[in-house]
Each structure stands twice: as structure tokens, then as C-alpha cells.
Ligand binder design. Structure first.
Ligand SMILES: Cc1cc2nc3c(=O)[nH]c(=O)nc-3n(C[C@H](O)[C@H](O)[C@H](O)COP(=O)(O)OP(=O)(O)OC[C@H]3O[C@@H](n4cnc5c(N)ncnc54)[C@H](O)[C@@H]3O)c2cc1C
Length: 562
């Protein structure tokens, strides 16, 4: 695997046969040509004891090898909607090395008109080709899908969950041995709750022996349609008591971090309250306008996968909201070296990223109205100006630069200016940036000053205008050179410029260190913390969770003996 390939190779489909697509590289079908949906119900859903098995469980997790067209996901979702556990949440955590394009998935799934309402919602959130996990959430149905886009063994090694059921739906062992290796089957054991059930279409001897070696009791069952047999298996050991704490949650801080946390926990039915002495969006999350752009890095590393997934997650969350404007954003290169980097990145990031010879066009990016977005995400959650932590309350610090992490979170002040002028169709960035404001003005920014004081900054803001004039005189001459107003705020920086998210002490979590991209990174990191609190499968790779762990700086110091 190339360390610079950020994208998976999409599946190459052969549509020439009747009954559905075949994977060209594996020479196998995605679903039974007889009746794929009925086969899914028999080989996976009923084999795993559904719907009975999820009754009484606050969180029920299904693992899957081979997301494919998403047919199993839709069949599971349909059963959950019809006979689900009204007080529970269903998670499907799947693995796919060669994702289908949205167009191919749409074509394949058109064979099942009875699934159309869910198909439409799945396709709306269909993930990009970025490697690593992608979480899709359907809160109205209390259902999530997390697709790890990677080689099966690599993906499973990076998962953190306790599955109650598994659908082993890779291409047949004869076509795709890597999907059924002993290491893969051992990982399935590691990730299973005692009593977890497996359904699969294959009865290959190596799979039976491998599952037994991984701790499963395996039995052959009558097969579906023309297939003689299929397998069921149960993971050994006694059932663990399901953890179902419903402790109320206090969030300190009502910026984008606090609002994302409040939303993630509220949709899970948790009791949440927020305290902020400055009210809603009284800190850094209240600039006149902001840009939603991905962090641009070329290497395939855990934090790069996570920040790209976070950008995609935020984009999906904001897309239907009026406070987000999906205009795309252009990024100018400042010199030849950066031009080369952006040109490489356009190739590495695929659909939606294009290098024009002058700038990187980022179609999925856009601008937003920060305070209004925070207010929208908070919804009905009450925000008080003062109050104390109650007995038994879980606490989450979302206090931006105010969070004291042994000096590892530091303030970085900044100011943006609002100018009169012609509002650009598309925001532009070059180190500085230009964006529309909701009032129809133009925003130019932003300064970076160590410490808490953003300064007065008119001279610094006029310098952005001159900077723009040197790069795009055509745009600069439509904008007045002096600002009519300005806004200052304080970012929370960390030594490695990555956020801080996770447990700090018993029942106490933090989400901070969001730097210059809080609106891109907060929603998925909030989803991570909500999943940790609710004992759900985690939406990030284990490697990425380590990267964001609050203790990392202290541990690095300890290793250096400092
Ligand atoms: C000039 C500038 C431009 C920026 N532009 C962009 C952009 O274009 N795109 C982007 O994504 N990001 C941008 N950012 C970064 C973004 O604003 C931050 O990453 C984000 O707002 C951080 O959100 P937060 O919720 O962690 O912190 P904040 O929004 O600062 O919220 C923290 C809250 O905690 C409260 N608080 C403090 N102490 C306590 C306490 N003891 N108890 C309770 N509450 C407390 C504060 O009142 C504050 O409201 C910009 C930042 C600046 C300064």
C-alpha cells in the first residue's frame, strides 16, 4: 500500500450478466442472482437471531465484512425500523476495500424498490473514497453505519467495539482469501461480545476451522435457494452485562465544540445541559463568517485519515442547514513549491478537488455563519450562564483556550476585518482568506497573535487587502481598502496542532485544541466522545484516537524524561 495514496480504489463492476453486478477483480457476484434481499434476510438477519436478539439492549452492534452495494445494511435497517428496539441504538460497522461509486450503488440498489426510502438516505450520505472510517448517522431511526474503507485485516485491527452479530459477506474464499485469513477471523473474535452470532453463506472448511480456532462454535445450516448449506457460529463465553448508564451530562462551553457535543448526545436521548458564562457562541465561534475547508496533507497517516473523515462528516451534517453555503472554496498557491503540492493533492484527493494551474478548487468546501450554526446545533438544549456540576453528572470541558491541560493548550488570538465591496461568488484563501458575510459584506483575515489579545489590527487587516491586491488585483479593486468593522477571537492551539479529544479523568472528558478548523473537526470528535460515553463502537481508528488523546503531550514529556 502506498503511503501517499489517500483514496481507495473503487470497485470495478461488470454489468453484463443478468441478476446484478459482478466485481471484475474478484469474479464474484455482490448478491444472489435469485433473490439478493431474501438471501440477506435468511443468511444474515435470521442467522443472527434478529429481530429478537436486539430486544432489551441499549446498543446493538453488527459487524460486517464486505459493505458492497449496501444491500445488507438496508435490509438490516428496514428490519430495525419495523421491529427495532425503541429505546436502543443500532450500529452497523462494516469493512470495504473497494467501495462502489454512488452511481454504481444507486444502479445496483434500484433492483429493490421496496427499500427506496432508506436507499435514498444512504445515497445522500454515501462516503467519499478516502481511506479509513466514515460514520453515517440516521438519528431519526437511531441507526448508524460506520464503514472502514481498507483491507479487512488492517480495518479490523483499527476497530474498537464489541459486536453482537456479524455478517461475513466478503467475496467467496476461493476468490478473496485475504478476507477469510486466520488473522481476520481472530480479529472478529477479539471484537465480539460473548454470545455474538455469525451468519455467512460459505461453508468452506478453512472458514469453519478458522472460526473454531478464533473461539466460535460453528454449525452448518440448510442453505438459501440453490445453495445446499450455510454457516452459523456463536462466540464462546458468558454474556456480559450490558452497560447502560444514563447519567446526565454537563458540557462547559457553548461554542462549536459544546454545540456539537450537545447535539451528538441529545440525538442519543441523553439528558444534556450546557453552561457558558458568555452565553451561546460567546467565544471563538462567533466570527462574522468562517470557511469549511479540509486540512491538506499528502501522507496516508492516522491523523490525516481522521481529519479528512471529520471534514466529510461536518460537511454532511451542515449540508442541509441554511447557515452553511456550499459554494466551494478556491485555494491560491503562494509559490511554485506550493503549486506543486496542490497539484499533487488534487490528484491524491480525487473527485471534488481540481488544480487549475493557479489554484486548488475544493468543491465540497464552503462558508458558514458561525454563531447561527452553533445555535442551530444546540437546538433545544438549555444554556445557562452559571452553575455547578451535579452529583453523578458526566462532565465535558469544551472551553476552548480556557482549558488547562498542563500548559499544552495555548491561546492564539486572531482578528478578521469586514469590508464594503463586491461579494465574491466563491471564497478564496491563500494563507489569508476572503469570504462573504451574511450581511452582504466581504470578510478578510485572519491574523495569528500568540496570547489572548487580538489587538486593534486595522493596519494588519489592510495588509490582507494589499496581499490580495498583489495576487488578485481584479478582486481587490472591488473591495474598499479599509475595514468598516472587525472581530477578534482566541483559538486554542496545541504543540502538534491537532485537537484534544477524550477522557481526562473518571467521567470527565475534553474537546479542545481545535485551532483554526474548529468547525471542520468538532462534529466528528464530538461523535467520538458521545460514542465513548454511550459504550458504542468508536467512529475513528484506534491509531487516530491515540493521536487525539489528551494525555499525549504529558506522556511525550515523560518519555523524554522532562
Ligand atoms: C480570527 C479567527 C478566524 C477563524 N476562522 C475559522 C474558519 O474560517 N473556519 C473554522 O473552522 N474555524 C475558524 N476559526 C477557529 C474556530 O473559531 C475555533 O476552532 C472554534 O471556534 C473553537 O471552538 P470551541 O467551541 O472549542 O471554542 P469557543 O468557541 O471559544 O468556545 C469555548 C467557550 O467556552 C466558554 N468558557 C470558557 N471558560 C468556561 C468555563 N469555565 N465554564 C464554561 N464555559 C467556559 C467560553 O465563553 C466560550 O464560549 C477561527 C478563529 C479565529 C480566532
Amino acid at each position: 500500500m502506498s503511503a501517499t495514496a489517500l483514496l481507495c480504489e473503487p470497485a470495478r463492476l461488470d454489468w453484463s450478466q443478468p441478476g446484478g453486478p459482478r466485481a471484475q477483480d474478484f469474479g464474484d457476484v455482490y448478491f444472489s442472482v435469485e433473490d439478493g434481499l431474501e438471501e440477506t434476510r435468511s443468511v444474515f438477519l435470521r442467522a443472527c437471531g434478529l429481530p429478537e436478539a436486539w430486544q432489551g439492549k441499549p446498543v446493538f452492534t453488527v459487524g460486517e465484512l464486505g459493505f458492497g452495494t449496501g444491500l445488507n445494511a438496508l435490509a438490516l435497517w428496514a428490519l430495525w425500523r419495523a421491529q427495532g428496539n425503541p429505546s436502543g441504538w443500532l450500529h452497523l460497522v462494516s469493512v470495504e476495500k473497494h467501495p462502489l461509486t454512488r452511481q454504481d450503488a444507486e444502479r445496483a440498489l434500484s433492483a429493490w424498490p421496496q427499500l427506496k426510502p432508506m436507499t435514498h438516505r444512504l445515497l445522500q450520505q454515501w462516503p467519499s473514497l478516502f481511506k479509513g472510517p466514515h460514520r453515517l448517522i440516521f438519528p431519526e431511526d437511531r441507526f448508524s453505519i460506520t464503514i472502514f474503507q481498507d483491507e479487512a485485516e488492517a480495518a479490523l485491527t483499527q476497530m474498537d467495539m464489541r459486536a453482537d452479530a456479524w455478517f461475513l459477506d466478503g467475496f467467496a474464499p476461493a476468490c478473496n482469501a485475504a478476507m477469510w485469513s486466520q488473522s481476520v477471523l481472530d480479529q472478529i473474535g477479539r471484537l465480539s461480545r460473548p454470545g455474538a452470532r455469525i451468519g455467512t453463506f460459505t461453508v468452506a472448511g478453512a472458514v469453519r476451522r478458522g472460526l473454531a480456532q478464533a473461539g466460535f462454535e460453528v454449525s452448518k445450516q440448510p442453505g438459501f435457494g440453490r445453495k445446499r448449506e450455510r454457516l452459523e457460529a456463536i462466540y464462546g463465553g458468558k454474556g456480559e452485562p450490558t452497560v447502560s448508564s444514563q447519567a446526565p451530562i454537563l458540557i462547559r462551553g457553548a461554542g462549536i465544540a459544546g454545540a456539537s457535543l450537545a447535539r451528538a448526545l441529545r440525538v442519543r436521548g441523553r439528558e444534556v445541559r450546557v453552561i457558558d458564562p458568555n452565553g451561546v457562541a460567546g467565544g471563538a465561534s462567533s466570527a462574522p463568517a468562517g470557511l469549511l475547508t479540509p486540512r491538506l496533507e499528502k501522507a496516508d497517516r492516522p491523523h490525516v485519515r481522521a481529519t479528512l473523515a471529520a471534514f466529510d462528516f461536518a460537511r454532511r451534517l451542515y449540508e442541509p442547514l441554511a447557515e452553511f453555503h456550499p459554494t466551494g472554496v478556491d485555494r491560491l498557491a503562494k509559490d511554485g513549491k506550493e503549486a506543486e503540492r496542490f497539484s499533487d493533492l488534487a490528484g491524491l484527493m480525487g473527485e471534488g478537488y481540481a488544480w487549475t494551474g493557479e489554484m486548488l478548487e475544493m468543491a465540497a468546501s464552503g462558508w458558514f455563519e458561525p454563531a447561527a450554526l452553533v445555535t442551530r446545533l444546540l437546538g433545544e438544549v438549555p444554556v445557562a450562564r452559571e452553575g455547578e456540576r451535579g452529583d453523578g453528572e458526566i462532565l465535558i470541558h469544551a472551553t476552548g483556550a480556557h482549558f488547562d491541560l498542563d500548559g499544552d493548550i495555548t491561546p492564539s488570538a486572531g482578528r478578521v476585518g469586514v469590508f464594503k465591496g463586491r461579494v465574491p461568488d466563491r471564497p478564496l484563501s491563500w494563507g489569508g482568506y476572503l469570504a462573504p458575510t451574511p450581511q452582504g459584506d466581504v470578510l478578510l483575515g485572519a491574523t495569528h497573535i500568540k496570547g489572548w489579545a487580538p489587538g486593534e489590527g486595522d493596519a494588519a487587516l489592510s495588509a490582507f487587502h494589499q496581499d490580495l491586491a498583489a495576487r488578485r488585483a481584479d478582486l481587490a479593486e472591488t473591495i474598499d481598502p479599509l475595514p468598516v468593522s472587525s472581530w477578534g477571537g482566541v483559538r486554542a492551539s496545541t504543540p502538534d496542532r491537532l485537537p484534544v479529544a477524550g477522557l481526562v479523568s473518571e467521567d470527565t472528558y475534553v474537546l479542545s485544541g481545535l485551532g483554526s478548523r474548529g468547525f471542520a473537526h468538532a462534529p466528528l470528535l464530538a461523535e467520538l466522545i458521545a460514542s465513548q460515553i454511550c459504550h458504542e463502537p468508536l467512529p475513528l481508528e484506534r491509531g487516530a484516537i491515540e493521536v487525539f488523546r489528551p494525555q499525549r503531550f504529558a506522556e511525550r514529556r515523560a518519555r523524554r524524561g522532562g
